[in-house]
Structure formats: structure tokens, C-alpha cells
Design a protein around this ligand. Structure first.
Ligand code: PHB
Length: 367
């Protein structure tokens, strides 16, 4: 495969945005925000180093203090945080890149140890995520969350709307809603975590309502083309399960199509959160969504240069997101262009603090 035939490196439009290539920096939790969950200078360096992606999708960013799921993840609910993100969007734009903010609420996957004194996680239903939480001092069981009262749900939707507005003020090019990996919107969607009997639970239409309402709120702020949604229908990470995922996600895809969002971002079945498994071919990946959704599709999950290119060539997706490879290779598009050797990623520093494993991966030509 020679460079000039590599579709991964061909320019593309995403809605009204011109992207220089089809390689996306996947949203990667890195747990390196500063005090009060404010982006800090080393975060600016990290994103600027990766500005040659066609599009950067930021790490999951909580829309409220209660939505925080891990140590030191950044927020988008305070003025200080907006100011911090401004440095990042400016640095990326100065290098010709584009960047979306990923709006996030961890729901039941938040842990009281990371929340404010006395606060407990919220969820559609009071059902424990039978899964271990990654905390700074090790892995610990989650706690049973508090069920959201019906009258509280509009308040959470407003947090997403405000997050979308704040992202605009911070200079982003758009927003992505994190509706995968067992976080709050996913907890509403799938029936092992949603036992509500009101209009937000029960039928598929009811379980999808929360996601569709926060998506509409983001569209109200940004316009439909600048909003994306990330789904991971086959992931069991964070104790997720649905009794009929094909029906649930078929409906979700069609409704998101009707809303006309810019893209759907699909985590392939071989990825379960931070673990890669054997793909049995039965899960719901980009191929499942292609006929159901008319906008652009981003596929994510353990792609290489060859398999990513193949996903574009065979029209499985329009864009390919790279996580681990982009983390370890800030100049990944250039390396793919040259078919150059890749730096190896170090899993031990994915979620640690500090510059090691964060901004010290070299680009080609670095001394
Ligand atoms: C996510 O935000 O989706 C996420 C965060 C940490 C992980 C895996 C997924 O280890």
C-alpha cells in the first residue's frame, strides 16, 4: 500500500468541516487534569502534539462534579475549566487541527471516594455496577447508586446542554456525547441498568429518551452536523448488558439518524473498555450501523494501518479512530504515510499522573 493510495490520509468533510485526513484521535481518559479538574499546560502539549489527526476527540470530560468517574479527569462546568480548554483548542487550531469535546457523565460508575464529601453516584436505577472501579490507590468495588427522581432528569440534561455551550465558549469545533462504556446515557439505554417504570425506562423508546434528549440539547447549541455520539453496544465493560442489543441499538441508530447528527462513533465488539478480546463476529460494530445511519461513521478499536485502511476501502466506516497507537505516536498520520516504525505504548502509564507516558513519546525527527 503506497501513501498516495492510502484513504486514511485523504482529506474528507465531516458535515461542514474540512478534515485533512480520516484518522481520528480516539477519546482517551488520561487522568492528568490539574486542580479543580482544570486542563493544565501539559494537557495543551499533549493535544498539540497530536494535532495532525484529521480530528481530535478529547478525553471524556465530566459535565458536572458528580459525573466524574476517575481521578483527575477534566471538567467543562466551571469558568476556570473553560479557560483551560481554550489553551488547548487554540494550540490545536494553530497547528491546523480540529477538536471536539467529549461530554461525559459517569453515572453509577462514579465512585464516592472521588466525589464531594457525602455525595453518591446517580443512575437511572439503584443497581450496582458489579465491576471494579479504578481508583488512584487500586481497584475497588463500585457502590450502589441512587436512582434519579423523574424531576431530576431535566437537570442532568441541562448539565449536558451547558457543557455543550461551555465547549463552544472554549473554542471547540463540536461535541461528542459519550453514550458508551457503561456511563450514564448507556445506563439508561441498556436494560440491565435501567429498571425504571416511568417514561425513561421499560420500552426501548423510553430507555433511549435520555440519550436522544441530551443529543437534542447539544444540537440546539451546535447545530446537528457538529454533534457526534459514541456507542459501544457490545461492550460488557462496567457491567453492561442488554436483553436485545440488536433491537435497542437499531432503534437508537435510526433515531440518531432522524436527528441528523454529524457522526456515529462505534466501538467495535473486540473492545471491552480497556481490554481487547477475541471477536466472535456476533457483536454490533460499524457494519451493523452502516445501513441504519446516513451520517458519517467513525469506527474504533485496535485498528492498525492495514486494518484501518481496509475498513475505509470496504466502506465499513468513513473515519478510523486510533487510541493506543496515537497515544504512543503523536505523529501517527506521518508515520502511516511513510509506513514508518511505530513507538510501542506502555500500558502502565495510561492513567498515571505526570509527563511520563503522556508527552514524552517522540515524533519522527525528534532528537
Ligand atoms: C471511557 O471513558 O470510555 C473509558 C475510560 C477508561 C477506560 C476505558 C474507557 O479504561
Amino acid at each position: 500500500m503506497t501513501t498516495n493510495t492510502l484513504q486514511l490520509l485523504s482529506p474528507a468533510t465531516l458535515g461542514d468541516l474540512e478534515l485533512t485526513n480520516r484518522m481520528i484521535l480516539a477519546p482517551l481518559t488520561r487522568c492528568r487534569a490539574g486542580d479543580r479538574y482544570v486542563p493544565q499546560p501539559m494537557n495543551v502539549t499533549y493535544y498539540a502534539q497530536r494535532a495532525s489527526a484529521g480530528l481530535i476527540i478529547s478525553e471524556a470530560t465530566q459535565v458536572s462534579r458528580n459525573g466524574l468517574g476517575y481521578a483527575n479527569t477534566p471538567g467543562i462546568y466551571s469558568q476556570e475549566q473553560i479557560e483551560g480548554w481554550k489553551q488547548i483548542t487554540k494550540a490545536v487550531h494553530d497547528k491546523g487541527g480540529k477538536i471536539f469535546l467529549q461530554l461525559w457523565h459517569a453515572g453509577r460508575v462514579a465512585h464516592p471516594d472521588l466525589l464531594e464529601e457525602g455525595d453518591i453516584p446517580i443512575a437511572p436505577s439503584s443497581i450496582l455496577a458489579d465491576y471494579l472501579a479504578d481508583l488512584p490507590n487500586g481497584q475497588f468495588p463500585h457502590v450502589t447508586p441512587r436512582e434519579l427522581k423523574l424531576e431530576e432528569i431535566p437537570l442532568i440534561i441541562e448539565q449536558f446542554r451547558q457543557g455543550a455551550k461551555n465547549a463552544q465558549e472554549a473554542g471547540f469545533d463540536g461535541v461528542e456525547i459519550h453514550a458508551g462504556n457503561g456511563y450514564l446515557p448507556d445506563q439508561f439505554l441498556q436494560d440491565n441498568s435501567n429498571h425504571r417504570t416511568d417514561e425513561y425506562g421499560g420500552s426501548i423508546e423510553n430507555r433511549a429518551r435520555f440519550l436522544l434528549e441530551i443529543t437534542q440539547a447539544a444540537i440546539d447549541v451546535w447545530g446537528k452536523e457538529r454533534v457526534g455520539v459514541r456507542l459501544s453496544p457490545s461492550s460488557t465493560f462496567n457491567d453492561m448488558h442488554d436483553s436485545n442489543p440488536a433491537a435497542t441499538f437499531n432503534y437508537v441508530a435510526q433515531e440518531l439518524d432522524r436527528l441528523g447528527i454529524g457522526y456515529l462513533h462505534v466501538v467495535e465488539p473486540r473492545i471491552k473498555g480497556n481490554v481487547t478480546v477475541e471477536d466472535d463476529g456476533k457483536g454490533l460494530g460499524a457494519k451493523f450501523f452502516r445501513p441504519l445511519f446516513g451520517g458519517a461513521i467513525i469506527t474504533a478499536g485496535g485498528y492498525t494501518r492495514d486494518t484501518g485502511e481496509e475498513a475505509l476501502q470496504n466502506n465499513t466506516a468513513d473515519f478510523v479512530a486510533y487510541g493506543r497507537l496515537f497515544l504512543a505516536n503523536p505523529d501517527l498520520p506521518k508515520r502511516f504515510a511513510l509506513n514508518a516504525e511505530l513507538n510501542k505504548y506502555n500500558r502502565n502509564t495510561f492513567y498515571t499522573s505526570g509527563e511520563e507516558g503522556y508527552i514524552d513519546y517522540p515524533s519522527l525527527g525528534d532528537a
